[in-house]
Structure formats: C-alpha cells, structure tokens
Design a protein around this ligand. Structure first.
Ligand code: PLP
Length: 407
C-alpha cells in the first residue's frame, strides 16, 4: 500500500531534488560515464566538459570565477576544509580563530578539533535576535587571528548575519572570512566580491540538488587564499581535494545553482516568502502566546521558527504528524535537549521545547499552507484546553510570581 506522505515543510533540513536537476544528471549515470580526469579519449572529455560547465554555473551563482570553485562531498567537508585547511596553512601567522555559538556543528566541531591541536577559538555570543554584535566581533580580532567563520543564514532560525559588514571588517583587519552560506544560496543573492568573502561553503541538497555533493569557494586574488588539503591522493581540484570527481553529482549541483539563480532573479523566491508569511499570519490570527525565534527582518524568506507556549512539545509533534517539520528539541541528538541555537538566543528552556521550525520551499503550495494551518491551530487549541498553566494565564495570573511548592 502506498504510504501517504506528509506535507513537506522541512526544507531547511534538505530540499527535494528538482526534476530538472535529476534530468540533467541521468546521462552521467548512464552512457556518459567517463572519468573527467581521463585525458586521452572522448569519454573523459565529455565528462570534463560537464564538470567545467557545472563549475561555471556554481561560480555564477556567487559572483566568483570557475577556478575558485573546489568540489567536495558536501558542506560538512567544505567547512572542514575551509577552517582546518586555513588554520593549518596559516598557523605560523597565528593560531586564533573566531566563530559564533550558533554555527552549524560542522563549523563548531572543526573548531573543537583545532582546539585539541593547540589553536585558540573564540565563540561569539549572539543578541536575542540571533545576530552577532559587530563591535563584539571587532573587539575579538587580535593580531594572531587568522580566520573569522560566520554563517550567512542559520539552519534552525533562518537569521541572516550582517555578512557585508563582517566582510569589510575582516578585510580592514587583514583576517580571512569564511562563510557557511548553505542555507542562503537558494533564496538570497550572494556575491563574494561585494560581501568580502574569502571562503564560502555550498551544499547541493539544501538548494534542490542531490545529496553528497558540495563546493568550497576559495578566493584566488586580493588576497589569494591558501589552504592545507585534508585529503591526499591524485591531486584533483588543484590539489585541494583529491578523489575522482563524481560527474553526475557535480552536474546536479551545477544545474541546481543555475535554477537558484533564475529563482532569485525571476521572483520565484517571493512566492516562497508569501507562503511563509501566509503561515505566520494565519497562526497569529488564530492563536495567542506565540513566540517568534530570531529576527523577523533579517531572516531567510522560507523559514519560520516559532514557540507555542503552553503546549507540550512532544505531544504537539505527535499531533501534527501530517506536517513534516522539525522541533526545537532533539535537533542535535537523540536526547531531548533543547536546541543550542535557541539557548544561545536566550530562549528559555520551556519555550525552546515547544518550538517548531517550518522550512518552506520551491514545491510548496498555498493549499498545503492552509491545510497545515488548520491542523496546527486545532491541535494547539486542543492541547491548551488541557493545560492548567494556560488556564491560569488566561485568568490573568502571573505565573512567574507563583511560589511552586517543592516536592
Ligand atoms: C546542512 C548544512 C550543512 C552540512 O551540509 P552537508 O552537505 O549536509 O554536509 C552545513 N551548514 C549548514 C548551515 C547546513 O544547513
């Protein structure tokens, strides 16, 4: 029996692969199977041409040149290569790195690994809206700082960092700027020149491409960025990332990048924003005690992260199974810890447990938003009817003033 799949509102976790991307990839799983490194025959040449076209497509999305694109297995690898690769190459210049508490684990854990190797890392706090304070960043930069790594947009709350200002500051101080732009590339114009980015991480499966492929942009001029390779082998990708290039995956990433550029320039992104806004206004019209997590103004157009006070997080997730989305608990592990990102914003533990991330995307419809709205509103009202705390809140009792009896 075919399984009825839920409405997919988890596009910050992964996106469906666009059928046009799949179509572009298929010949490279079939008759065009050549190794792009084979220089002596047409099988190799056609594969290499496909790889170079994809390199141009990825470069065009971010205002770079094709030579600055290094293909990797995904953004986890790109983040590792950017951070560890820069740290190991420039360690004689200094051993201090700056990043932010709300970064993706691939950045944070790369930094933790470097700390074990004698590097020093400053983890900046964020403000209540999820953005860093530029003065705090400026004050953290030291003579021995070699790299600043700040993401473009956060994967949980969609908050966009002041990237251009960070780029300008890093340039002024002569420090490299790495930016994990995975979440932004499908929705926001990104130009590495205008933004002063030296290293930028890309992942195909967050932008309607296939899983298992990504890229790292590595600046070639003003300044020329050097990295220590992490994988040794045949010297592919100018020695920065050895390993036979997965042609079909790379073709998919290239096509995905081309389609994202069209979507951003052609207004498709505004349709996604309208759906997200429809969801948020619909919730606000029917429910009280909703708390938006992270800045509204500086936010990806496809993300909504909201806490539903006075509902039990797990019961809520069970109740809205018709909708595929993520809760603010258990995001990082099998245990029910509240999200470290929400905690960094100062969201209290109770509210963090009731938070839900809705990630809309290219293939969602207004009908899906309306169906989801009806389900969520009904479920929240139902759960709150059973909540004595919500009843007390409605009666105007200040819950914070109550002296709970110890058990
Ligand atoms: C998904 C994600 C990654 C990891 O990308 P993979 O290609 O899955 O390894 C890194 N950073 C951010 C912000 C992400 O959302």
């Amino acid at each position: 029996m075919p399984r009825v799949m839920p409405i997919y509102f988890d596009n910050n976790a992964t996106t469906p692969c666009d059928p046009r991307v799949v179509e572009a990839m298929i010949p490279y799983l079939g008759e065009r199977f050549g190794n792009p490194a084979s220089r002596n025959h047409a099988y190799g040449w056609e594969a290499q041409e496909a790889v170079e076209l994809a390199r141009e497509q990825v470069a065009a999305l971010i205002g770079a040149t094709a030579k600055e694109i290094v293909f990797t297995s995904g953004a986890t690898e790109s983040n590792n290569l950017a951070i560890k690769g820069a740290a190991l190459y420039y360690e004689k210049k200094g051993k201090h790195i700056i990043t932010v508490a709300t970064e993706h684990k691939a950045v944070l854990d790369s930094c933790h690994a470097l700390e074990r190797d004698g590097f020093e890392v400053s983890y900046l706090d964020v403000k209540a809206d999820g953005r860093i304070d530029l003065d705090v960043l400026a004050a953290a930069i030291r003579p021995d700082t070699i790299l600043v790594s700040v993401m473009f947009a956060n994967n949980e709350i969609g908050v966009i960092q002041p990237v251009a200002e960070i780029g300008a500051l890093c340039k002024e101080k002569g420090v490299l700027f790495h930016c994990d732009a995975v979440q932004a590339l499908a929705y926001v114009p990104v130009n590495v020149e205008a933004l002063g980015i030296d290293l930028l991480s890309i992942s195909a499966h967050k932008m309607y491409g296939p899983k298992g492929i990504g890229a790292l942009y590595v600046r070639r001029g003003r300044p020329r960025v050097r990295l220590q390779a992490l994988i040794d082998g045949g010297g592919h990708e100018r020695g920065l990332r050895s390993g036979t290039l997965p042609t079909h995956q790379i073709v998919g990433l290239g096509k995905a990048a081309e389609l994202c550029k069209e979507a951003i320039e052609g207004g498709e992104v505004e349709k996604i924003r309208a759906l997200r806004d429809r969801l948020w206004s619909g919730l606000q019209a029917e429910l009280d005690e909703l708390y938006l997590n992270g800045s509204w103004e500086h936010r990806l157009p496809n993300n909504l992260n909201v806490s539903f006070a006075y509902v039990e997080g797990e019961a809520m997730m069970m109740g809205i199974k018709r909708i595929a989305c993520s809760s603010g608990s258990a995001c990082t592990s099998a245990s029910l810890e509240p999200s470290y990102v929400l905690r960094a914003l100062g969201v209290d533990v109770e509210l963090a447990h009731t938070s839900i991330r809705f990630g809309l995307g290219r293939f969602n419809t207004a009908a899906e938003v309306d169906e989801a709205l009806a389900i969520i509103v009904e479920k929240v009202k139902f759960l709150r009817e059973m909540s004595p705390l919500y009843e007390m809140f409605k009666e105007g009792i200040d819950l914070k003033s109550i002296q709970w009896e110890a058990h």
